[in-house]
Design a protein around this ligand. Sequence first.
Ligand SMILES: NC(=O)c1ccc[n+]([C@@H]2O[C@H](COP(=O)([O-])OP(=O)(O)OC[C@H]3O[C@@H](n4cnc5c(N)ncnc54)[C@H](OP(=O)(O)O)[C@@H]3O)[C@@H](O)[C@H]2O)c1
Length: 258
Amino acid sequence: MGGAFAKAWASSGHELVLYNRSRDKAEQLAKELEEAQVVPSLSEALSEVAVVLFAVKPKDVVHLSRECSGLKWQGPSPTIFSVLAGVSLRALQELFPWGGSFFRSMPSLSIAYKRGVIAVTTSDPPPESMKKLLSLLGECFWVEEGLMNSMTALVGSAPAYFCTLIEAFMQGGIELGVPAEQALNLALCAAEGAIAIIRKQGVHPAVVHAQIASPGGTTIAGQRFLEEYKIRAAISAALRGAKERAEEMGYSSNSLKG
Ligand SMILES: NC(=O)c1ccc[n+]([C@@H]2O[C@H](COP(=O)([O-])OP(=O)(O)OC[C@H]3O[C@@H](n4cnc5c(N)ncnc54)[C@H](OP(=O)(O)O)[C@@H]3O)[C@@H](O)[C@H]2O)c1
């Protein structure tokens, strides 16, 4: 996920400093970017930057905070920007007390292509510079922190669920005798078409559905099976599962003390 941010920001002319404990990964990424330098240590990475993006797994955050604990800043404290599922703003403030301001976010992987979504929460009003930086990633939603674990499901995980749906459409097309590549393209076109109509008309998806599903027609004949196999319940359960997992994985301020 760190690489997705780097790709979006590097191609917008921002200077990036990359650090990964597996240095070869940072070097591989730097090769793909226009403006990025790889540094060998965390202290070097943190010494000159205005914004620090943390993109480790939530389980690694305490270890990361310990690595930062001895560092000293000469200039202004950097802004801390986290993409860690489940890790609260309060926990970030306790883990990285040297930070200037704190942003907790939940991005989709598609930010790498500037077609992403990012949900962000912060305790202070965000400066214009941060809004500008985030606008380079795609669509930015500022939300209350209480919704952030739901954002993990709807922003971070949802693209994977859509990939499952697309794959199912592709497989269904193949079963109907359509060549695989064409079946994939048709599935993508159907998804893009549905999105375009909903966005253009600005209506509830059910209104668009009714425009397509004429009485006694083919679409309604197929829809019966989607309902019979409980597609809505499956999607709602998947989103709930992702949210609950974010709650389990994350650190609240209390769990840090315990
Ligand atoms: N993947 C997604 O679509 C997605 C979506 C939304 C949010 N997120 C969030 O993004 C974060 C990262 O997820 P990911 O899927 O990108 O994980 P990932 O592929 O495992 O990337 C994490 C990277 O951090 C490195 N790392 C770990 N501890 C470090 C340390 N102390 N110092 C320097 N580097 C360190 C790891 O190095 P090693 O390779 O050596 O382990 C690894 O390369 C998670 O917190 C997740 O909640 C991910």
